[in-house]
Each structure stands twice: as structure tokens, then as C-alpha cells.
Design a binder for this molecule. Structure first.
Ligand code: FES
Length: 56
């Protein structure tokens, strides 16, 4: 599922970034660019980050 259309970032990309070492929304944003354009995806992106971090 696409989370960020502006940057073409999926929930899978966000999960992979966390598995590879990102440990906050800020780090995911810096790594993938998610939420850096229109910002509409920030809420969903944060939720995916939160859920994934809770699973790790
Ligand atoms: Fe993510 Fe626009 S959809 S910045």
C-alpha cells in the first residue's frame, strides 16, 4: 500500500527502513523522504512507524 504518493513510499518501505535501523518517524522521513512534500501522508506514515516499532 502506498503511504506517500509524492515520494512513492509504501508501508513496506517504511517497515524495511525500521528493520534496517531507523527508530523514529524523523529518521524514516530523513531516509525515505516520506512526508517531505505535501505532508498529507504524515499521519499514516507516523502510524506505520509506531506500529512497526512496537512489533520489533
Ligand atoms: Fe507524502 Fe505528499 S503524500 S509528502
Amino acid at each position: 500500500m502506498y503511504v506517500c504518493l509524492c515520494q512513492g513510499v509504501t508501508d513496506g518501505h517504511i517497515r524495511d527502513a525500521i528493520y534496517e535501523g531507523c527508530c523514529s518517524y524523523r529518521e524514516v522521513r530523513e531516509t525515505l523522504g516520506v512526508g517531505t512534500q505535501c505532508g498529507k501522508c504524515a499521519c499514516v506514515a507516523k502510524q506505520v512507524v509506531r506500529e512497526t516499532i512496537n512489533e520489533v
